[in-house]
Design a protein around this ligand. Structure first.
Ligand code: HEC
Ligand code: HEC
Ligand code: HEC
Ligand code: HEC
Ligand code: HEC
Ligand code: HEC
Ligand code: HEC
Ligand code: HEC
Length: 324
């Protein structure tokens, strides 16, 4: 028995190191399928549960068809394997920041700034690998962000694993009053706190959510490909991976703002309830009124009340006033 087992292991090692497989079976893992996570069929089951990838896979023999990740994986070595391929039925750590850091992959994602979505509101701090996994558990890392491939699947209000219809749909599976996710409960908050009220606000009241076709606009005008009567995803105003602004408001047009189409980068600095520099990134005035010509401080102009308190009239869930 033992001899058989050893022979099997040896065979596996030879196959893995040379990359020669006899059968014409479809691989479980491939760029084409979008699945990188190993399952119990790993080498017909013989390699499932084994933690030492280096015992069988030589770095020089793998990833011949995966140009985008081949070199960085070779550089960083065996500590990376579980990040992309899952833990292989073991408890080996799934690491992300080993590659996704400001030195190695500075724009994927952009992580500059004191605040990030690490599940503790308004406390500065960066994320660790576990945080990445809470939003991305099986990314295909093909260089394209795909809504239903690259985000972790959380159940909807009916506890079904339905596809996400938008980026906002993803956020709202946690940010709601009555169908939060186990392990990520949001408690001790006011009924109207956007942390839990945003699902309702975004659907019924918010100007950037469900479309209100009747607006007679006093300050009309939008930049880039932004259009009236369209939804604005949460991540066009909120940064998940890093920002200097409280409330996770984006701090630069270098990330987020998906429809802006500007080659130049503008800073976005909020100052308490003064969001002038955020609003002016997407809004402008076709007909200049009030402060419409005043520079908001980042080189852009085109909103009223520049430098004032916007929150009194524009906040999430504002039922009667101008809204947000
Ligand atoms: C005992 C040897 C052995 C060990 C240990 C081992 N593998 Fe494998 N693995 C194989 C063999 C054999 C194959 C099938 C031939 C091939 O594709 O190289 C394979 C296939 C794979 C595949 C392709 C799977 C598919 O079906 O498309 C991946 C990805 C992989 N291994 C990753 C890993 C990782 C990550 C580890 C460490 C957690 C690991 N392997 C540990 C032997 C091993
Ligand atoms: C950044 C993500 C990433 C990391 C990290 C990674 N892989 Fe892969 N791996 C892939 C992708 C993508 C494929 C599919 C390539 C294809 O379509 O042929 C793959 C395929 C494989 C395969 C099967 C076919 C092939 O290309 O050789 C093996 C074996 C494998 N990986 C082993 C490893 C081992 C061992 C490590 C750790 C040293 C590792 N991988 C780390 C992304 C990754
Ligand atoms: C709270 C959820 C959340 C967390 C935590 C999170 N991400 Fe993301 N990530 C997203 C969303 C949503 C997108 C797509 C929209 C965007 O880019 O903001 C995204 C996009 C990305 C992208 C695509 C490039 C880009 O900037 O658009 C990469 C790469 C990425 N995340 C890696 C990571 C890594 C690495 C971590 C851990 C350090 C992490 N993410 C933590 C939600 C999250
Ligand atoms: C070996 C390095 C490496 C490791 C480890 C790694 N990634 Fe990646 N990842 C990449 C590369 C390279 C890209 C493609 C970046 C680009 O060119 O846009 C990528 C892309 C992504 C994307 C963007 C969507 C896509 O399909 O391209 C997400 C999300 C992501 N990785 C999340 C993670 C998470 C979460 C982990 C840990 C579980 C992780 N990565 C581990 C190298 C790595
Ligand atoms: C897995 C559940 C989960 C997902 C998915 C999620 N969040 Fe959160 N979010 C939380 C929790 C938990 C907190 C912390 C709440 C608290 O402080 O009690 C939080 C906090 C926040 C905060 C306040 C942070 C601060 O520092 O003030 C914002 C803003 C936020 N999330 C926006 C988003 C957006 C936008 C998305 C989608 C791209 C998203 N969240 C996705 C669970 C989630
Ligand atoms: C038009 C821009 C915009 C859009 C779109 C947007 N937000 Fe906000 N959000 C803001 C601003 C500005 C604030 C106030 C930030 C502060 O608290 O200082 C805020 C506040 C919040 C807060 C409270 C943060 C805290 O610290 O308590 C949460 C939670 C939140 N938003 C979640 C979301 C979610 C989820 C979505 C998508 C469904 C979304 N937002 C869409 C601009 C936006
Ligand atoms: C990422 C781009 C973006 C940002 C940033 C942004 N908006 Fe908007 N805004 C839009 C789009 C697109 C619409 C059109 C939505 C619609 O018609 O349903 C809109 C619509 C509005 C409306 C409704 C206009 C009307 O009369 O119907 C108000 C009010 C508004 N925004 C205020 C703000 C305020 C205040 C801020 C800053 C806190 C802000 N916006 C930031 C893109 C943005
Ligand atoms: C006294 C209340 C009040 C204050 C304070 C206020 N606004 Fe407004 N704002 C409004 C009203 C009313 C509208 C028109 C809403 C509509 O057309 O539906 C509006 C509309 C807007 C719009 C949407 C323009 C469009 O496309 O129709 C933007 C952007 C905006 N305000 C930015 C700001 C900024 C930035 C601040 C703070 C510096 C601010 N507002 C402060 C009441 C206010």
């Amino acid at each position: 028995m033992l001899a058989n087992r050893l022979l099997m292991m040896l065979l596996l090692i030879v196959v893995a190191l040379t990359g020669c497989v006899s059968g014409g079976e479809e691989p479980t893992v491939s760029v084409a399928s979008g699945n990188l996570i190993l399952n119990e069929n790993h080498a017909d089951g013989g390699a499932w549960g084994l933690p030492d990838c280096d015992a069988c896979h030589a770095l020089s023999a793998i990833h011949k068809k995966a140009d985008l990740i081949r070199n960085i994986t070779k550089d960083k070595g065996y500590d990376t394997c579980a990040g992309c391929h899952g833990s292989n039925g073991t408890s080996i750590a799934r690491r992300c920041i080993i590659c996704h850091n400001t030195a190695d992959l500075p724009t994927a994602p952009r992580q500059q700034g004191r605040f990030s979505h690490h599940y503790t509101s308004d406390v500065a701090g960066s994320m660790d690998d576990a945080h990445c996994l809470s939003c991305h558990d099986a990314s295909d890392m093909d260089g394209r962000f795909e809504l239903n491939q690259d985000l972790k699947h959380y159940p909807d209000q009916n506890q079904l694993l339905t596809n996400y219809s938008s980026l906002s749909d993803f956020c709202l599976r946690c940010h709601n009053r009555d169908h939060q996710q186990p392990g990520y409960e949001i408690t001790d908050t006011d009924f109207y706190d956007p942390l839990i009220a945003i699902e309702e606000a975004f659907t019924y009241v918010d100007k950037h959510g469900a479309i209100d076709g009747l607006g007679t606009r006093t300050y009309a005008g939008l930049r880039g490909d932004y259009r009236y009567a369209s939804e604005v995803p949460c991540t066009d105003c909120h940064a998940m991976h890093g920002t200097e602004n409280g409330g996770l408001v984006l701090d630069s047009t270098a990330t987020g703002f998906s429809l802006l189409n500007e080659t130049q980068t503008y800073d976005v600095i909020t100052n308490g309830p003064d969001y002038t520099q955020l609003c002016v990134v997407c809004h402008l005035m076709e007909t200049i009124l009030e402060d419409g010509a005043t520079d908001s401080g980042n080189g852009l102009s085109g909103v009223h009340q520049v430098g004032g308190d916007c929150y009194v009239c524009h906040s999430h869930g504002e039922p009667v006033q101008a809204g947000m």
